[in-house]
Design a protein around this ligand. Structure first.
Ligand code: HEM
Length: 411
């Protein structure tokens, strides 16, 4: 058996957290497979080919059924998107149908409305400065998420807190605490779902997509209730599981992307000027931000049997973290990969792994890209004087990367 490599890389160390994408990318250069044994026990796979061709493709060996955290979660969590193909294909297509052209158009309108409203408030503020995360990125992403799920937009701070509870707390606490958070969220969304089921019953009809936007409000919860997996309706727990997946998967990630991009654009004022002068650079700026500052540094799979990563033997039921930050700085693909550059060809820079790949590739990527494009267009047009006014600091979560504090002035 090949022993794992010896490395003292600790993903939770303060000096790593301070510069996570750089640190994870450097680890990848030194050590394509690292066995971390500290707060948790997991392998870190950093070779882009190994990740794409093995970890993200061989579902029989690297399962998603034991959760996306450093713990081997109980298989009772294995439903909805926490499953493997072929079971996973059917459930995934339910989510995909929620992102059809009509829905995207409507969501685009909502992004415009919320973003303009937030910019109005910023412009009306006599101080003309603040934390961009709080005054723009977080409320935009969280309010949109509420709308998508059919939750009241005015309660976005509560929903954001719940998403945080699920995203960050679960790595450090006993499973009972995770269960308690999940129960609270499920009870809340469960009550919303019950109201919708009651509406259909009152109308004397069975769940069907034709009732979305007529008897039921047009949002993701109604869609999941009325859609089918294969030829059967989704069970109640499956609807709630998908709602939770969107709720958790779409919140933090989008806020991180908005703040990371603005941070990179403002830290070198000439870049901001360049983008204002040439808005055709916006798509490259978005992809370059995703590549260099992945909002998700990496995620987990679990080995179902003794397996190999590169030349390292991995036992059964081991956790493997696929290192997106390292894959995104592959020097064979991008020259000077550690530099943020607006002159990279769009098709090349889009090859990053920030939305993952294969069967579990992000289903919200079209929405995230659309949202960012609209944000960039609005900010450059309406807040052209934006500039950084101080040091930024990172958001929590060792495998997330975003700015919780991004001090800016706009007047
Ligand atoms: C910048 C924004 C985003 C980033 C960087 C991101 C990243 C990711 C990543 C890395 C995965 C792979 C998960 C895995 O390997 O297990 C994923 C999956 C997923 N994402 Fe996103 N995401 C973003 C935005 C969104 C949004 C806005 C939504 C929904 C509104 C969303 C919904 C999902 C869903 C449902 C999955 C699971 C797909 C599956 O398992 O088949 N994401 N995302």
């Amino acid at each position: 058996m090949n022993p794992p490599r010896t490395e003292d890389f600790d993903p939770y160390a303060a000096e790593v957290l301070e510069r996570s994408p750089d640190a994870f990318a450097e680890l990848g250069q030194r050590c394509p497979v690292h066995h971390y044994q500290g707060k948790f026990d997991f392998f870190i796979a950093s070779d882009p080919r190994e990740i794409k061709e093995n970890v993200l493709r061989d579902h029989a060996t690297w399962t998603a059924r034991n959760g996306n955290t450093p713990r081997v979660m109980d298989e009772r969590y294995a439903s909805g998107i926490s499953t493997d193909p072929p079971e996973h294909f059917a459930i995934r297509s339910v989510i995909q149908r929620g992102f059809g052209p009509e829905q995207m158009k409507r969501l685009g309108g909502e992004i415009d409305r919320i973003a303009n409203e937030l910019i109005d408030s910023m412009q009306a503020d006599p101080a003309g400065e603040g934390n961009f995360f709080e005054c723009f990125a977080m409320p935009l992403a969280a309010r949109l998420m509420c709308l998508m799920l059919g939750a009241p937009e005015s309660q976005y701070l509560t929903y954001k807190q719940w998403a945080d509870d699920m995203t960050f707390v679960e790595y450090n606490v006993p499973e009972e605490t995770i269960d308690a958070h999940a129960r609270k969220i499920n009870a809340h969304f469960g009550a919303m779902l019950a109201e919708r089921i009651a509406k259909l019953e009152a109308a004397g009809v069975q769940p069907a997509l034709e009732h979305v936007g007529t008897i039921l409000p047009d949002d993701f919860m109604s869609r999941y209730l009325c859609d089918k997996v294969g030829d059967r309706p989704l069970k109640k727990y499956e609807v709630l599981n998908l709602v939770a997946a969107i709720f958790i998967g779409g919140n933090e990630t989008t806020m991180n992307l908005i703040c990371n991009l603005l941070w990179r654009l403002l830290e070198v004022p000439a870049r901001w000027e360049q983008l204002k002068a040439d808005p055709t650079l916006i798509p490259v700026a978005i992809e370059e931000s995703l590549r260099l500052d992945p909002p998700v540094i990496g995620l987990f799979r679990t080995s179902t049997c003794p397996a190999r990563l590169g030349d390292v033997d991995v036992p059964a039921r081991a956790k493997v973290f696929y290192n997106i930050a390292a894959a995104n700085r592959d020097p064979a693909r991008w020259p000077n990969p550690e530099e943020f550059r607006l002159d990279r060809p769009l098709a090349e820079v889009r090859q990053h792994l920030s939305f993952s790949a294969g069967a579990h590739a992000c289903l919200g990527l079209g929405l995230a890209r659309m949202e960012l494009r609209q944000v960039c267009e609005l900010l450059t047009a309406r807040l052209p004087a934006l500039r950084l006014t101080g040091a930024t600091h990172r958001a929590p979560g060792f495998n997330f990367w975003g700015r919780e504090n991004l001090p800016v002035a706009w007047k």
